[in-house]
Design a protein around this ligand. Structure first.
Ligand code: HEC
Length: 488
């Protein structure tokens, strides 16, 4: 059954034609309607809202399915994996139109999601046939209607161990789960008596819950529907305070602080330009650095006073594009940031004065970490390499190669010279940053990895990504000890 979503107020004259008899997409095609419109179809007014509403979730930000980025007109016109998706003037020959009309595989959006209405499809067709014109110069960013992610989209974007190692916080889709399945493992390690181990596991209330979500009881989508989650949009980043009491989570235009023990919301901090994709507490937990910013426009680095929720420091024009990583030095006197502008930068805290910046990656820099002595930094790049930087000398120390896709996270392991990384190549590696040697390679992941957490003693490594499942590695094992599946 095809729904006709014709808006009465649009003043468009609609004529209906029969849908094509052949159906190569395997799903019913969208009804073709002709719209009779004298004024040109405008990208910003007519087209972008449709794409933002029905496509952008899977085609912008950190998810770019089919390598197609629909976040801006420019990236849209670049096309995806199969090349240009739009041929100006020729909608019938444009991949984007054929997939959206569901006359070619894979139908877009996928079956599980709300299809374009015949009228939306007709507008897209007319826009392409009129030459797929760019938005006018004096345009305003459209207001994004924030909706929960489609059910099929539940990537794990961030992971964090509590300081006592008893809990793993998992940011999956728009939820945050506190997983205590590592408690029995810890008890196992600590105790050779099997009965005693069982006792520890049974007496532990959180371990019995095993997976408790952090929920905001008042959460609603912008159309007023209740949402059972931590944020309406995807959770992009999380961090746990050094005392283990507070968890911070970042999502679209906001950061939320949670009381971990009571599992309830402490405060919501708004005022961010776009997604908050990086979070880090300073060593005394009084400050929280948040990184993000609107893609291709501006990077954003704000330091929040965790007690008041107020912005303690706003480092303006830190990066010229999205900031993907923030990290405080162990003494809390410096902040390192990195971003889509290919730079790693360092700042004096609390003044915000620029210290040194490091250039060498040939693509987005996705994460940054300080060595515990504050003398070296390591950064992870979408150019598939990790770079180690000598902070004092202000220069590159070495480049670590071995990952075959973008390196999404990097972290120094406690006070050791070792770093752990995860990558789109579906592996985790542990390296010695002093000599560049690979010490361990952890495999068996089914998909692109976005998230990594390592306890300071290196005893636990957790990694996860696009498919939503999480793997935990204990000790020196290269096989996962636990896999936390996606439960839906
Ligand atoms: C739920 C996620 C999801 C949504 C929503 C979605 N897509 Fe996709 N899209 C995908 C996936 C996954 C692929 C890759 C499919 C493949 O390669 O087999 C894809 C691929 C594409 C491609 C092909 C890119 C290339 O060069 O390979 C186009 C064009 C496209 N989508 C357009 C759209 C449009 C237009 C919309 C909205 C009307 C949309 N998509 C909504 C998931 C989605």
């Amino acid at each position: 059954m095809i729904a006709f979503g014709l808006a009465v107020s649009s003043g468009l004259l609609a004529l209906f034609a029969d849908p094509p008899a052949v159906n190569p997409a395997g799903v019913p095609p969208i009804q073709i309607v002709q719209i009779n419109r004298k004024d040109p179809v405008l990208y910003d007014k007519d087209i972008e809202p449709i794409f933002l509403n029905k496509c952008a979730f899977c085609h912008s930000g950190n998810i770019k399915e089919g390598k197609l980025d629909m976040a801006t007109y420019e990236t849209l016109m670049k096309g995806g994996k199969k090349g240009g998706a739009i041929i100006p003037g020729k909608a019938d020959e444009s991949l984007l139109y054929k997939l959206s009309a569901k006359v070619m595989r894979p139908a877009m959006p996928p079956k599980s999601e709300e299809p374009l209405t015949p009228q939306e499809l007709a507008l897209v067709k007319l826009w392409i046939d009129q030459g797929a014109k760019a938005p006018t110069a004096a345009r305003v960013r459209p207001k994004i209607i924030l909706q929960p992610p489609p059910a099929s989209v539940h990537p794990v974007r961030a992971l964090a161990f509590s300081p006592d190692k008893s809990t793993l916080a998992i940011a999956r889709g728009n939820t945050i789960l506190l997983n205590s399945q590592i408690r029995p493992i810890l008890a196992n390690l600590a105790n050779s008596n099997p009965l005693a181990r069982l006792q520890v596991a049974l007496n532990d209330p959180l371990a019995n819950a095993l997976q408790a979500p952090l929920l905001d009881p008042d959460l609603k989508s912008s159309d007023g529907k209740p949402v059972r989650a931590a944020h309406v949009g995807l959770v992009e980043s999380i961090a746990i305070s050094p005392d283990g009491k507070t968890l911070a989570s970042g999502s679209y235009q906001e950061v939320v602080l949670w009381d971990l023990k009571e599992r309830k919301i402490l405060r919501r901090v708004g005022g961010f330009a776009d997604r908050v994709v990086a979070l880090a507490f300073n060593p005394d937990g009084k400050l929280l650095a948040a990184g993000g910013g609107a893609p291709t426009e501006d990077g954003e680095v704000k330091i929040i006073d965790t007690a008041s929720g107020k912005v303690a420091l706003d480092i303006k024009s830190s990066h010229s594009d999205t900031v993907f990583g923030v990290a405080f030095s162990a003494d809390g006197k410096m902040l390192a940031t990195c971003g889509a502008d290919k730079f790693v930068k360092t700042w004096e805290i609390p003044s915000g004065k620029a210290l040194k910046s490091f250039e060498g990656h040939t693509h987005h820099v996705l994460d940054v970490t300080w060595k515990s002595d504050g003398k070296f930094l390591a950064s992870a790049g979408a150019d598939n390499v990790i770079k180690v930087w000598n902070f004092e000398a202000g220069e590159q120390a070495r480049t670590l190669t071995g990952h075959t896709k973008q390196v999404s996270r990097v972290t120094f392991v406690g006070t050791t010279p070792n770093i752990a990384t995860c990558s789109g190549d579906q592996s985790v590696k542990v390296w010695n940053a002093d000599n560049g040697g690979v010490q361990r390679t952890l495999t068996g992941f089914p998909d692109f990895l976005h998230a990594l957490a390592v306890t300071p003693d290196g005893a636990f490594i957790a990694a996860a990504g696009e498919d939503g499942s999480v793997k935990i590695f204990v000790g020196q094992a290269n096989q996962a000890s636990r896999t936390i599946p996606v439960q839906d």
